[in-house]
Every structure is written in C-alpha cells, then in structure tokens.
Design a protein around this ligand. Structure first.
Ligand SMILES: NC(=O)c1ccc[n+]([C@@H]2O[C@H](COP(=O)([O-])OP(=O)(O)OC[C@H]3O[C@@H](n4cnc5c(N)ncnc54)[C@H](O)[C@@H]3O)[C@@H](O)[C@H]2O)c1
Length: 383
C-alpha cells in the first residue's frame, strides 16, 4: 500500500489562530478522504518555552524561534501566517520569494499599501495564496451565498452586517498589539474584514462608503505606564454597492455582554435571508411568495445532505461549531492542491482592505469616499 503524500505546513505564530489552524489540519483527514495528509512540520514563535509547549500541544513536529528559518526550509510547502496583521505582508513577501504557497490570516495588512505589497509578491512569484476568511466555510453562510447566487431572494436591495464584541469594554484590559494601529490594524479591519468579505462575496463590489469611528477608551495600562490607543474601538458605515444595492455595517468591541455576535442580513426583491452567529447552524428565510397566512420566516437547518459542507459534518441535527471552519478550510485547501483554485485569495483580501481603508479615510475626513480613491493611490505609486 502506498502512503498518502504529505502536504508540509509551517505555521508562523502559536496564539489563538496557530492553535485553530493546527486543529484544522489534524482533524481534516478524519472528516474526508484527502489526496494528501496535511502535517504541521514546523511552528514558529518568539518565545522559546511558549512555542515549544504549543508545538507539543498542537502536534507540530518541530518548532523554531525564527520565522525566516521556517520560510526558507526545503521541507515546507505552505507557509501559514497566524501572527498580528502588521507582520502579514513581510512574511508573505518572504514566503513568496522562497516559492512557498501562502495562507494568511486576515486582514491582509494594516493598510491597502501593505496588502497590495503582499498581493503583488504572491502574484509576481506565481505562488498559491489564500486568506483566512473562515466564516465563508460555515455551512449556513455558504448556503446563504448560494441562495443569493441562485436568485432565491431576487435582486439584492439591502445588505446589513453587525459584529459586536465586548473584548475592549474593561478599561483595565492591558495594552497589547490589538490596540496598536501599526501592528493590529483597526477594528474596522479586524472584525470588519470578515463582514466586508461576506458582503463582497454575496453582493459584489462596493463603490463608496460613508463611515464614522470612535475610540472611547483612549489609553490602556502597560508595564511602562498608560499607552495611547491608536485604533477605533467602534465604527460603522453606509455602503453603496456597484450593482445598486445599499448596505450598512457596524463593528464594535465595546458592546457589553456581546461576546462575538455577528449578524448578516440580505433583503432582496423576493425575499430575506438572515444569519445570526449564535445560531450558526441555521438560516432564516422569508419568502414573499409564501401563503400570507404563514407570514413569517422559515428556520432552515443548514445541515441537510444537499447543503454546503454537509459531507464534512456530523449526521443531520448534530450541528457544528467555530472549529469546523478551520477543518473545512484545511479540507478545501488540501483538496485543491496542487492545481485547483484556492479561494478566497489574496486578491479577495486586497479588495476587502480597500473597503477598510475607504472607511478609515471617510471617518477621518467626514465624507463619502469612493473605493478608487484608495486603489488608485497605490497604482499611481507603482513603477
Ligand atoms: N479568522 C478568525 O476567526 C480569527 C480570529 C482571531 C484572530 N484572527 C487573526 O489572526 C491573527 C493572529 O491573531 P491571534 O488571535 O492568533 O493572536 P495571538 O495574540 O493569540 O497570537 C499572535 C501570535 O503571533 C506572535 N507574534 C509575532 N509577532 C508579534 C508581535 N509583533 N506582537 C505580538 N505577537 C506577535 C505571537 O507570539 C503569537 O504567537 C490576526 O491577524 C487576527 O486578526 C483571526
């Protein structure tokens, strides 16, 4: 019997996402027959004791404190970037230069210029690339997108997204990279990038935005004294899509008792679809053609064998959770190796970043900002 070939992965960063991605690779062969077996060959991190402990716990074969070693090693096929946003572009550029495929966590960078550099590097090197918009791989979200594409709700008129978290509500929460614009990007890019990706994926390109932002808690404690917070902790925007649909988006890390709740809703000419993260195995569907006596919404269980990702899940009725998004991501990427399409790609991440930057500029200047204002700045600067 011939052994299944290995897809050799190096993960940069051992925090929450290093753990989640490792979990995805370990479980993927358990849920689906795969042409290759993904294995985490190497895990990198700056703290020797912590990265060694994480490697043991996540099942990585080895660890290093220098991510450049990981990028350059001949026995790594995929560089998987799970570090803060301010590091993504530099690591992606080095990985592309070494001819490695790259999976980057979102957002692609902390600015459109940075994201563009990452995209240009992978495109120029011709290496496979993907960005970790994992919520696309929730069965109910994938089903929502499929129903919109199939015309079930008719022409989309309105799109609405909110993402509410309470991670920044306590003023005693110490300063870390998430409060630092240069390393963490903004709340717009952190929470918003997932929602913007889903909006672009479901409805199409955004033409222009009008946004507002606020930083309510302006300093955070650190061992060296209070440090100034350089990001927004709540933002919102009006969106105008190129196809004519209108939208609203809100992201906040100061919403008390909202742990990580996101909701997306689409209102089309013939119907409504609503996804609400706390009920992630379900989709609400309102059909204008229904008998008026049944006025209301149907609760679709996104677990039927005909639904996206059902073949990777448990028997109908058992449901799935957050962890499965990383399992499904690993399955999709391994199945498409070496020549199938990897989606979403860095190009998708770049399109999302343009909307994030447009929101930031709009909020700063208190005016509508068209997406070309962002994209053309970088194109003009290119040689
Ligand atoms: N897709 C999702 O559901 C999801 C969820 C959380 C975070 N993320 C994204 O994943 C990335 C990592 O987030 P996380 O929650 O795993 O972070 P984390 O703080 O838990 O882990 C960060 C890792 O990066 C390392 N690191 C390297 N350079 C660093 C630096 N300059 N400052 C701080 N840490 C540094 C840390 O040592 C650690 O191993 C971010 O881009 C974040 O936006 C995605």
């Amino acid at each position: 019997m011939t052994a299944t070939p290995e897809l050799r992965i190096g993960i940069v960063g051992y925090g929450t996402m290093g753990r989640a991605h490792s979990y995805g690779y370990r479980v993927a062969p358990n849920v689906a027959p795969l042409p290759m077996r993904p294995i985490v060959k190497l895990l990198s991190g700056r703290d020797e004791a912590a990265v060694a402990a994480a490697a043991a716990s996540y099942g990585a074969e080895a660890w290093t404190t220098n991510w450049r070693d990981l990028v350059e090693r001949d026995d790594i096929d995929v560089v998987d970037i799970c570090t803060p946003p301010g590091t993504h572009a530099e690591i992606a550029e080095a990985a592309a230069g070494a001819g490695k495929a790259v999976l980057s966590e979102k957002p692609l960078g902390t600015s459109y210029a940075q994201a563009h550099a990452a995209w240009a590097a992978v495109s120029g090197a011709g290496v496979r690339n993907a960005i970790g918009f994992n919520y696309r791989r929730l069965p109910a979200v994938a089903l929502m997108r499929r129903m919109i594409a199939d015309g079930v709700v008719g022409d989309v008129r309105l799109w609405r997204g909110t993402w509410l978290s309470d991670e920044f509500t306590d003023p005693a929460t110490p300063f870390d990279w998430r409060f630092d614009r240069a390393m963490g990007g903004t709340t717009i890019a952190d929470l918003g990038s997932h929602m913007i990706d889903m909006a672009l994926w479901m409805v199409g390109p955004v033409a222009e935005v009008s946004a507002q932002s606020e930083t309510f808690i302006r300093a955070r404690p650190s061992p060296t004294g209070d440090r100034r917070v350089t990001i927004d902790d709540a933002s919102s925007a009006l969106l105008r899509f190129e196809g004519g649909a209108r939208g609203t988006i809100e992201m906040a890390r100061l919403a008390v008792r909202r742990p990580c709740d996101f909701t997306i809703e689409v209102n089309g000419a013939k119907g409504t679809l609503v996804f609400d993260y706390p009920r992630l195995n379900e989709l609400l569907y309102g059909d204008a053609g229904d008998d008026p006596g049944l006025y209301g919404m149907r609760r679709i269980r996104a677990e039927h064998p005909g639904h996206p990702y059902a073949e990777l899940g448990w028997p109908i009725g058992q449901g799935i959770g957050y962890g499965e998004t990383f399992v499904n991501q690993a399955v999709d990427l391994v199945r498409a190796w070496p020549s199938g399409a990897w989606t979403p790609s860095f190009a998708d991440g770049l399109a999302v970043q343009a909307v994030c930057d447009a929101m930031e500029l709009s909020a700063a200047q208190r005016r509508w900002v068209g997406i070309p204002e962002i994209t053309e700045t970088v194109s003009r600067r290119r040689p």
